[in-house]
Design a protein. Structure first.
Length: 140
């Protein structure tokens, strides 16, 4: 049951954090936090891609924040359908590392898929999730 529920929750968040109308980069407090914690948005993207590229097997790569204000943004990966809430972290952004997410177009070139994914990231949704990190988990 945990596996199926985790798959549903993770995929639902994955779809909500993408849009065909993506902007190039985040704005506001999320941008400020990314620059503070990673040095720049470009450095964050590179670290996110590296974490996703080096994750062994199926899973997810996440940008997470601690609950409440304060604390640093982190990049983490999870195996299977585990979720950052299991460690009391708030998911801000997520990308699917299961082969079904990229194999038809990218085959085994996961790194290429991760780089191309930025073109559809919904930075507005990621910013909303970051700004609402002190709210109860997943009210939607």
């Amino acid at each position: 049951m945990h596996h199926s529920a985790g798959g549903h929750v993770n995929h639902s968040l994955f779809w909500r954090t993408m849009t065909p109308d993506s902007t190039a980069e985040p704005l506001g407090s999320l941008r400020d936090a990314l620059c503070h914690d990673f040095g720049s948005v470009a450095a964050f993207k590179a670290a996110f891609e590296a974490a996703g590229s080096t994750h062994f097997g199926s899973g997810w790569v996440w940008l997470v924040a601690p609950r409440g204000t304060g604390g640093r943004l982190e990049i983490m990966t999870t195996a299977g359908h585990d979720h950052p809430a299991m460690k009391d972290l708030v998911p801000v952004l997520v990308n699917d590392l299961w082969e079904h997410a990229y194999y038809l177009r990218y085959e085994n070139r996961r790194t290429e898929y991760l780089k191309a994914w930025w073109a559809v990231v919904d930075w507005d949704e990621a910013s909303r999730r970051f700004e609402d990190r002190d709210q109860p988990a997943e009210p939607r």
